[in-house]
Design a protein around this ligand. Structure first.
Ligand code: FES
Length: 64
């Protein structure tokens, strides 16, 4: 499922990024890792939810 329509990023892309890099703990870091930036920000909550699904992750309230 496409999570970010601005960057055409799917939930699989995000899960793949966070499974490779345990240090990813904000939406901005996820987008950096995927080589893009947050544009409109509508996807931020969905990205945060995916991050929160990951066990023992320190979710920070930063990033749009
Ligand atoms: S939907 Fe992700 S930045 Fe716009």
């Amino acid at each position: 499922m496409i999570v970010c329509s601005c960057n055409v990023i799917s939930d699989h892309d995000i899960r793949g990024a966070v499974s490779i890099d345990d240090e990813l703990c904000s939406t901005a870091q996820v987008y950096d890792c995927l080589g893009c930036t947050v544009r409109c920000g509508r996807c931020s909550q969905a990205v945060r939810r995916i991050l929160e699904e990951q066990p023992a992750r320190d979710i920070r309230g930063i990033g749009a």
